[in-house]
Design a protein around this ligand. Sequence first.
Ligand SMILES: O=P(O)(O)OC[C@H]1O[C@](O)(COP(=O)(O)O)[C@@H](O)[C@@H]1O
Ligand SMILES: [Mg+2]
Ligand SMILES: [Mg+2]
Length: 335
Amino acid sequence: MSRITLSHYLIQQQREDRICAELRFLVEVVARAVKAIGNAVGKGGLTNSLGEAGGENVQGEVQKKLDVIANDILLEANEWGGHLAAMASEEMDLPHQIPNRYPKGEFLLLFDPLDGSSNIDVNISVGTIFSVLRCPEQASATAEIGEEAFLQAGSQQLVAGYAVYGAATQLVLTVGSGVQAFTLDRETGSFVLTSESMRVPEDTKEYAINASNARWWEAPVQRYIGELVAGKSGAREKDFNMRWVGSMVADVHRILTRGGIFMYPKDTKDPTKPGKLRLMYEANPMAMIIEQAGGAATTGYQRILDVQPEKLHQRVPVILGSKNEVERVTAYHQS
Ligand SMILES: O=P(O)(O)OC[C@H]1O[C@](O)(COP(=O)(O)O)[C@@H](O)[C@@H]1O
Ligand SMILES: [Mg+2]
Ligand SMILES: [Mg+2]
């Protein structure tokens, strides 16, 4: 049986003019980096890489050692490639500049180096989320790339993807023409195409939400979840099941594979935060993937990919997955 590797797939995309050679190379370098992160995660307690790093990131969250390791792997792998103008990460206050000794390119790489990091120490799946934007021309001409260069709506993303480090390491990718999943063959070291043109079923009986926040949800979310919990005896007249891994990559991967709705909605727990998840590193890449697979992604109030970012580390409410459910809960926000 002939196997299509990530490299074959990317060459094909380039031949069909969906990506340029530079973008192809950039994705290959990110794939190499996620392999290294997967190896580090897979070592678990064998190395001294579990536990806290002893610092906080710009969002005031405790950094795990593997958050820092994963961030360093991505920076180092992508610095010298010659196709980036700068990088931005959930774990860094400011954009990371490409050192002068390396050539600069026209793209911006954004990432959540390790998603679900509270799950690392208990050996539950974690992941990496990334996306690529084009650097605005005037920004690439200047020596320093500022935050403004990154402040583009998610609809401008050229590539979005994530890796999930689970029982298998998988890389899920869109270059704007559908969603493909590649599984790492640990014997050959290649990512092999294992799911082509993935589709999120339009209907579902499964939802994912952290229900411990229920008392802070807004009325439309209270109403929607109340109906799901009521099941057959309520307005929906069918039973729903609930799953919450607590790693967005793992929850989204399940939804991409068998349908479902994922919600981290706006709540009143901390009025200074419009949501928990980060627009640039989590919501935008996942929204592009889900839309490319026929699903939908909104904040409850608007399409995530239309949100005009104001800050690099901005947070946003997230509702994504099976189209008919996302549309229903979004409609509840309008009424
Ligand atoms: O612990 P909570 O509030 O349920 O939040 C879980 C969410 O937080 C996150 O872990 C945030 O990601 P990070 O680990 O990258 O900070 C998501 O992966 C997940 O969906
Ligand atoms: Mg995350
Ligand atoms: Mg993270």
